[in-house]
Write a protein that binds this ligand. Structure first.
Ligand SMILES: [Zn+2]
Length: 281
């Protein structure tokens, strides 16, 4: 059973079997996504993946209580903050928000929480992961974030393989790129700016080198229109595959979380990078 947090009452929420319930919280910032995709691309995708995952879980087990939280349009996006529309929180601000939200849930007795995220910025990731650790340590609850347990855990990804088979070098498909353009074209075609996209040529930027050279934003690295990758290469069929992979991975992660299984670990090199080189403020 899926309950929508916005529209139920506290008395209805109170009747759910807390020991079995899963709370899903979509979380991603409002952020520029080039001249062809909406500012809400990441939060639209996060909410969509959460809702589709909930529907899939419900079809598998209609007795499972699934609480779907409203999407929280918050996150750390300093790397694109020099474009209008990006709203970026400091790392400690986001960490505090996530701690407070998760603590509230755990305080109400709901201690299986899944943060559905669609934004890979390292500060954003570190803030969420460190908030999760804080609340898990103090409560014994089980809380997970999606991308750290899939993409950052090195999960197989058919959408990456498809991009490669289209001739794309996926190392350069980073932001408002083929994948995200494909997703919006598939799911929200009315929000896709086809005229603007038709004028965009591929932008290939080595972000790691840019950071080593001391640049702190994509624009400083040369992404003058705010995208890194090949937006034109992402068609609706690719978007369908991209969404399907994300939903499948999120369903698997939710099941592991609920069943008390070990979650896929974040890749050691990414863990070390987040630990040693990323600062929350
Ligand atoms: Zn995005």
């Amino acid at each position: 059973m899926i309950v929508n947090l916005e529209t139920i009452t506290w008395t209805e929420l109170d009747t759910l079997d807390r020991s079995r319930a899963l709370v899903m919280i979509p979380l991603s910032p409002i952020e520029e996504h080039g001249p062809h995709l909406p500012l809400g691309t990441d939060i639209i995708a996060a909410a969509d993946i959460a809702a589709q995952t909930a529907a899939r879980l419900d079809a598998m087990d209609p007795s499972l209580p699934i609480v779907l939280s409203p999407a929280l349009p918050l996150g750390c996006a300093a790397i694109t903050a020099d474009f209008p529309g990006t709203l970026s929180l400091r790392g400690t601000t986001l960490k505090n928000v996530v701690v407070d939200v998760c603590r509230s849930w755990v305080g109400h007795g709901f201690d299986h929480l899944l943060i559905v995220n669609h934004h890979m910025d390292p500060v954003h990731m570190k803030a969420i992961l460190s908030a999760i650790r804080t609340v898990e340590d103090e409560s014994g609850g089980r809380i997970a974030e999606t991308l750290s347990r899939t993409v950052y855990a090195g999960a197989e990804n058919a959408a990456i393989s498809r991009g490669q088979s289209l001739g794309l070098d996926m190392r350069y498909e980073i932001h408002a790129d083929a994948k995200e353009a494909a997703y919006i074209r598939y799911r929200r075609p009315e929000l896709f700016r086809a005229d603007a996209a038709a004028r965009l040529t591929p932008v290939r930027i080595d972000v790691q080198k840019g950071m080593r050279d001391g640049y702190t934003t994509f624009k400083q690295m040369g992404a003058m229109l705010g995208y890194l990758g090949s937006p034109q290469a992402g068609d609706a069929e690719y978007g369908k595959l991209y969404l399907e992979v994300a939903v499948r991975q999120t369903v698997e992660l939710a099941m592991k979380l609920l069943n008390g299984e070990t979650l896929p670990p974040i890749l050691p090199k990414i863990e070390a990078f987040l630990d040693k080189q990323v600062r929350l403020d």
